[in-house]
Write a protein that binds this ligand. Sequence first.
Ligand SMILES: Cc1cc2nc3c(=O)[nH]c(=O)nc-3n(C[C@H](O)[C@H](O)[C@H](O)COP(=O)(O)OP(=O)(O)OC[C@H]3O[C@@H](n4cnc5c(N)ncnc54)[C@H](O)[C@@H]3O)c2cc1C
Length: 379
Amino acid sequence: MSKAPDVIIVGGGIIGCLSAYFLGKHGLTSLVIERDAIASQASGAAAGLLTPLAESSAPGALTDLCMESLRLHRELVGPLTEESGVDYLFADTPILRPAFTEDEENDLRRQYRWQQKSGMSVSWLDGDTLRRMNTWLPPDIRGALYSDVEAQVEAYRLVIAAAQAAEKRGATIRQGEASGLVRLPLAGSRATGVRLADGSQVEGGAVLLAMGPWSCFAGEWLGFPIPVEPLRGQTIKLAPPRPMPEYAIYHGSSYVLPKKAGYLLVGTTEERAGFVRQVTPEGQAQIMRTVLRVAPVLQEARVIESSACLRPLSLDELPILGAVPGWDELYMATGHGRKGILLSVATARYMAQLIATGHSDYDLSPFSVERLVEPRRRS
Ligand SMILES: Cc1cc2nc3c(=O)[nH]c(=O)nc-3n(C[C@H](O)[C@H](O)[C@H](O)COP(=O)(O)OP(=O)(O)OC[C@H]3O[C@@H](n4cnc5c(N)ncnc54)[C@H](O)[C@@H]3O)c2cc1C
């Protein structure tokens, strides 16, 4: 890239790479700066579930954004596969959410009522029906919420598809570690570039910070804290002991997910362990304990590999999306927690629109960066 890019993006996870792609659709060039390799962190290791109804026990701004993003995933899969030449195995995936106790059943039935009222394709299956269906669920099952709203992708392939299609639309990807922002005195409050750890700097028209859990370190650059922390998640890849079901099982934060690539992915843990990306015997045992409760047949499954990575979790568990207050042409997109693959398309599409036009068709105000500084202004 000879000319300065229109936008410098810090972070080559799904948020950074897909933003580069959508910026390209607006005719803007971008430079993605990634410290390790594209998709080397959570974005490359995620389960790839596109499940707006997981952990969303109530309607609200986050559920709406998740539903919008799932709609956009469906719209994107054809063009992105064609432009990148990468099949990232998007597939509709029905989900069974089982109840084993009265409390679980009451909670799931409550979710069922609002989801049904919202017009979603969900149904309640009682224990007898499930036993007749011969699912992988154990015989003491009380009932399950069944949804055929949801889907999955192969997350690593999605990032590669986004990066390749972005490059075709004028993006450049460069290895390097961002260590600060450039703000020239004559440019007022405009972010004019990014400083790199090797002492060099790159200049651009705007900067987008998409640094996953490492976004907290950008607080020093901005002058106010970014309340994002790493939440470690472990998973296990299993060879299926018998033909895989068409549906996934989701119980609490645990899942059994048949992947289109022919393996089962089971998870997960939620651990506050700092930036230590490590598989632990305790984490693996916890996963197998919860997973065997929902699918005892997995006793016979063979472990292929285990992995651990770090989710970017914000303090209020909502993503942080938008312009950075006190700066011009500086933007942030992070804090997607357990849903970054699902939320990536809405995030990238509307952030790119905001950067390119100064306006987003979707109301991103519930997720604004402003909310991080407002409470301090009031006090
Ligand atoms: C076990 C597990 C399973 C998951 N499953 C799902 C799922 O099924 N569905 C779903 O929607 N979500 C899932 N997630 C969540 C999802 O993976 C994340 O929300 C998402 O990947 C975050 O993307 P990101 O681009 O913000 O962050 P990352 O993928 O972490 O990317 C950020 C990038 O920024 C780079 N970076 C950081 N600092 C700098 C710097 N100073 N200079 C240069 N580069 C820098 C990092 O190296 C990294 O590559 C899962 C997460 C885990 C851990």
